[in-house]
Write a protein that binds this ligand. Sequence first.
Ligand SMILES: [Zn+2]
Length: 234
Amino acid sequence: MSEIDQLDAEQIKEQICDIGRRLWQRQLVAGIDGNITVRLTENEVLCTPTLHSKGFLEPADICLVNLHGEQLAGQKRRSSEILLHLEILKARPDVRSVVHSHPPHATAFAVCGRRVPLGLLAEAEFFLGEVPIAPYELPGTATFARTVLPYVHRSNVCLLANHGAVTYGGSLIDAYNLMEVLDAYCRIVLLAERLGPAQSLTADQQAELSQLRVQSGVAPPKPYASDEITDDSI
Ligand SMILES: [Zn+2]
């Protein structure tokens, strides 16, 4: 049982506000960018409101929705990106929380359609693993929300082409930490390219880290047999 299972809805709302402030203070979001969700019960999800800075959230601003995206409670309107979060939560029963933001260094890779390279930094191999890029669709639409589905079982991190990034995990802290690590790693890669040449880890060193990632439970669980993964292009 994760630490967040111990918390009630009010405590989770406060934690969402705290993580929102951290996203804003670390410049992982700007303006009214980004959104956060936490699964509360089997069919209920707490989420951030639309048109609201993540740096200035109060617990009363947090909305409650069902898995269809219908608002159940909250004074403000739910995020327009709730469909993206719900697709991930429905596809991955082990996921408790989703964070979406536009972290500048990671988003630069998403804008250029450039794969985040592996094999350069031990921590990134262990915590991030593969970073897929979901194709562009108009944000806020059901079509956009479904763009992550081909990748959602093989990574807890996904870039969104010409848009930003989404991370998810067993708790809000896990999802947030992945967003921090993703942007920090992309920044290191960009700095290393200027300083270069970067010295890659060997194939054996990468395999060792990959094995440790699976053994430690950091890698996503294997998909259920009934799930289809249709895109093997990455
Ligand atoms: Zn966005």
